[in-house]
Design a protein around this ligand. Structure first.
Ligand code: NI
Ligand code: MN
Length: 230
């Protein structure tokens, strides 16, 4: 069954597994390039990589409206329980290195080299990425991260798709993201966390050519609202 992956703009993604819809890092309200309004999103689960506003602004309202559990690290879940009134049965607490079998497949929480603080200043725990094992396909969403050599270990899992930030300034930029593709060795790549604001404007089509030339990986560059199937 094909998996549909849709960019909603910035670092917000929808992954439709065929049976479930996963929403990653919902930031639609206030996002200048969002392709949907927060009220329009339907999903079954929400995954959060860290506590920065551009990854979690709409998480609580969408989770409550859709009845979608929130999958995040222990510290973020604690904040959503205490400060956003999320009920305990809607919080799926994980931490780095942990895996969990869920109705749609398996989730593994991976290291990301970044920071994490919630908008009110609360400590957000460690930032993360996710490996999603959906049927026979493994997808890696790096979250906000710098380049680090342990990406090779994630690549050893055998990835169908890697979603990597290319915006620079706050995350790795195009050159480091190319090095990340070398370490990860995915068949397909999607760039993320770029073209939201001028400081993270990037030429994704030029990056696509470089990645294909150097690694042979296929990069798709959907616009916000567009999907690819894997
Ligand atoms: Ni961030
Ligand atoms: Mn970010």
């Amino acid at each position: 069954m094909p998996i549909q992956v849709t960019w909603l703009g910035h670092a917000t993604w929808l992954v439709n597994t065929g049976t479930h819809t996963l929403l990653i890092d919902p930031y639609l309200t206030g996002n200048p390039v969002a392709s949907l309004k927060a009220e329009e999103v339907q999903c079954d689960f929400i995954l959060l990589t860290h506590g920065h506003f551009d990854h979690m602004t709409d998480a609580a309202p969408i989770a409550k409206r859709c009845g979608a559990p929130l999958i995040a690290n222990f510290d973020l879940c604690q904040w959503f329980a205490e400060k956003q009134g999320m009920s305990e049965d809607q919080l799926i607490r994980m931490n780095l290195g942990g895996s969990l079998k869920l109705p749609f497949g398996q989730v593994k929480m991976t290291v990301a080299m970044h920071s994490s603080m919630l908008p009110d200043g609360t400590y957000g725990g460690n930032p993360c990425g996710f490996v999603l094992i959906l049927g026979d396909k493994k997808l890696y969403l790096a979250g906000d991260t710098a380049l680090f050599s342990d990406l090779k270990l994630i690549g050893d899992l055998g990835l169908e798709l890697a979603v990597l930030p290319i915006g620079d300034v706050f995350t790795m930029g195009p050159e480091d993201a190319l090095e990340a593709v070398k370490l990860l060795r995915p068949k397909q790549v999607l760039p993320t966390h770029y073209n939201t604001w001028p400081p993270i404007a990037q030429d994704a089509k030029a990056w696509r050519r470089d990645v294909l030339n150097v690694t042979g990986a296929i990069v798709s560059t959907p616009l916000p609202g567009e999907s690819i199937e894997i």
